[in-house]
Each structure stands twice: as structure tokens, then as C-alpha cells.
Design a protein around this ligand. Structure first.
Ligand code: 1HN
Length: 358
């Protein structure tokens, strides 16, 4: 684009005058609005579980789940201080629920995912069904469904929350309600939705009107087993290793309308080829360890070293390469479904220059 128009006293006086009428000169603004390529404020960032866990447990002695409503430490991106977001479009947090606690029932238009980090056997109740949580499980709370969490086990339960809060905020479409009781009534046995919809089959005549997958819980064992079997064929994606997408069995789309969720395996010793895409991505390491080199648009690189239970973020259009020091499994999520629906999503593989589109 052309250079910034020069400032003159006449122009400055004019801008000031029209400002009082809620008018502004686009020619002064254009270069800051229509960019040649993304310039995200989001920074590459890593949260080591060994650092987060003690602080989360400290929160456990400072406030109850009931008083907090949700005892969550926000994973706040250092490029978005004070904005409660991990990327420009998504929220992430680490939630703790202690033995005997209940996080009271409520609902909101924001959709949530839970990715289970630590503990075993606590539950989240969604839409009249209790879902038991185990490490590595991906669990969904669809928009506007009642949900409460409870821990009837002996050990703390921790999970990663991912929500589309900034997306809902962009449209100013937030609604929320408290349920009149601490917990909602349960009408179906645990695992009912997985049994009905999660075996590659659907009940005859089943009609699903919601946009979210009817499966609330995707247990870790299934994608893990798939990845283990698939690796024998040695068909590696140079940028991702083996990467699977969680799907809504009703339409084959993403499991959630606003958040795409993925699980990938990279074998020990693999260094992935440089890759960038317009969907900033939150990764949660499950198995193995390694490092991810993230290179910004300015060419500056940051190395993020991760192991099990660590969370890290690759911002929009930042090239990144993973190096797996041991067989590694990563869960990840991004706003890719929204970008795809709006025709905005792009990716670039390898080192070639360009903007990903002819
Ligand atoms: C929420 O309702 C939950 O239900 C977790 O567990 C995290 C972050 C922001 C707003 C609402 C939950 C949340 C949240």
C-alpha cells in the first residue's frame, strides 16, 4: 500500500472537527486495518504444568469451587494482558475441582471443551447425563446446555477448559443463567451418548438439530489406538506426523461449531516441516516430550520445550516446527471451523514465501 498521507495543520484541524461528529478519515486508518498479512498480538507462550499445578492447588485452599462458581486459572496470553484469552478468539483455563466439591449448574451461550489433565473419575453433567472424566478425554459442553461438575473421588481433578468466549463477545451474543439448584437432574445413565452415537452408528430415525456433536465424551483410548495402528503404515504428514480431527458423527464436520479439536502423534526423532496457518492453535501435550520452534512474521524464533500436561500456543500465521524427543501425542484446538465457514482459513506448508493463496 501507499505511504501514509502527510499530516498538515489543515488536515489535523479537520480531523478534530469531524471527530466531534463521530466521523473519521479512513485514509488515516486504512494501513492499520487492511494488512498485507496477519499481525497478531498473540504471543507464543507455554504453561508448564509443574509451574501451574502448585498455584492451582493454592487456589484450592483460598476459595471453594462453589464460591468461585468455576475455580479456573485463566491461561492468559502475554500478548493479551487483562483480556482473559489465550488467542485472539479463544479462552483457555485450568480448572480444579477438589474431592467432595460441586461446581454449580449453569448454562451460557459460550461453548466449552474440557481436556482432562489430572485425576480420574470426577464427572461433568451435561444435559441430564453424567460424563465420567479420565485423563486424555475430550469432553464437550455445547452452547446453552446446563452443566455442573462434581468430584466424588479422593483426589483433585484438573482439566483444561477451552471456550469460544471472544468469538461470542465479538457478536455480543452472551447469555447466561444459573440453574435453580446446585446440580441438574440426571435422566440418562453415564456413557449413554457415547453408546448411542459413538460407535460409528446412529439410532435409526435419529434427527439431530444441534450444531454440536451428540457425543459429549471422546475417550482418549480410541484416537490413541487409531494413531498406534495407523503408524504401522508409515504414512507421515511431514508437517503434523499423524493428525486426526474429532468429528461430529451426524455430519462429519467438526465436533463443535466454533472450535476444532485434533489429536496427533509424532514418532521419536521426527522433526516436522515448517507449517503455518491462520488458526492460532492451543496444544496440550499428553505423552512424550519435545520442543516446538515458533517463528513470527518478523523472523524472530521462540523455542517452547514441552512435556506431558504442558500447554502451549502457536499464534496465527506463525511458522512452527515440532521436534519429538520421544514418541509424542498432542491434543490441540483452534477456531478453524469458524474460519473455514467464513472462507478465511489458509495454510502454508514448507518454507516457501507467499501468502498461501494464488
Ligand atoms: C465456565 O462456565 C466453565 O462451566 C469453565 O466449567 C470455564 C470460563 C469462562 C466462562 C465460563 C465451566 C469458564 C466458564
Amino acid at each position: 500500500m501507499e505511504a501514509q498521507p502527510a499530516q498538515t495543520p489543515e488536515r489535523a484541524a479537520y480531523y478534530k472537527r469531524i471527530d466531534s461528529r463521530n466521523l473519521a478519515p479512513l485514509w488515516e486508518r486504512l494501513r492499520g486495518i487492511v494488512l498485507k498479512e496477519p499481525q497478531p498480538q498473540t504471543l507464543p507462550a507455554l504453561w508448564r504444568y509443574d509451574d501451574v499445578r502448585p498455584m492451582l492447588m493454592e487456589a484450592g485452599s483460598l476459595i471453594t469451587a462453589a464460591e468461585a462458581e468455576r475455580r479456573v486459572l485463566v491461561l492468559e496470553n502475554p500478548g493479551h494482558k487483562g483480556q482473559s484469552r489465550v488467542t485472539n478468539s479463544l479462552f483457555a483455563g485450568m480448572q480444579l475441582i477438589l474431592p467432595g466439591e460441586i461446581a454449580p449448574a449453569h448454562r451460557h451461550t459460550q461453548s466449552a471443551l474440557r481436556f482432562v489433565i489430572e485425576g480420574s473419575g470426577a464427572f461433568t453433567a451435561v444435559d441430564g447425563e453424567k460424563t465420567i472424566m479420565e485423563p486424555g478425554d475430550f469432553i464437550i459442553t455445547p452452547s446453552w446446555t446446563w452443566h455442573d461438575h462434581g468430584n466424588q473421588t479422593e483426589r483433585p481433578m484438573v482439566w483444561l477448559d477451552g471456550l469460544d468466549i471472544p468469538i461470542v463477545g465479538l457478536f455480543n451474543t452472551t447469555f447466561a443463567e444459573q440453574y435453580p439448584h446446585k446440580a441438574q437432574p440426571i435422566g440418562r445413565p453415564p456413557g449413554d451418548s457415547l453408546a448411542r452415537y459413538g460407535s460409528g452408528m446412529l439410532p435409526l430415525g435419529f434427527e439431530h438439530k444441534a450444531l454440536t456433536s451428540p457425543i459429549f465424551r471422546y475417550p482418549y483410548a480410541r484416537p490413541r489406538e487409531s494413531l498406534e495402528k495407523m503408524r504401522r503404515v508409515e504414512e507421515w504428514d511431514p508437517c503434523h506426523g499423524l493428525k486426526l480431527r474429532f468429528v461430529n458423527p451426524v455430519d462429519g464436520g467438526y465436533a463443535m461449531p466454533t472450535i476444532g479439536t485434533f489429536m496427533q502423534l509424532m514418532p521419536k526423532g521426527m522433526t516436522t516441516a515448517p507449517y503455518r496457518s491462520t488458526d492460532a492453535t492451543v496444544f496440550s501435550a499428553i505423552e512424550g516430550h519435545g520442543r516446538t520452534t515458533v517463528t513470527g512474521i518478523d523472523g524472530e524464533s521462540v523455542v517452547l520445550e514441552w512435556g506431558p500436561r504442558d500447554v502451549f500456543v502457536v499464534p496465527t500465521w506463525h511458522s512452527h516446527q515440532h521436534e519429538a524427543a520421544a514418541d509424542a501425542v498432542l491434543f490441540s484446538f483452534s477456531d478453524r471451523p469458524v474460519q473455514e465457514k467464513l472462507g478465511l482459513w489458509r495454510e502454508m506448508r514448507g518454507n516457501t514465501a507467499g501468502n498461501g493463496r494464488a
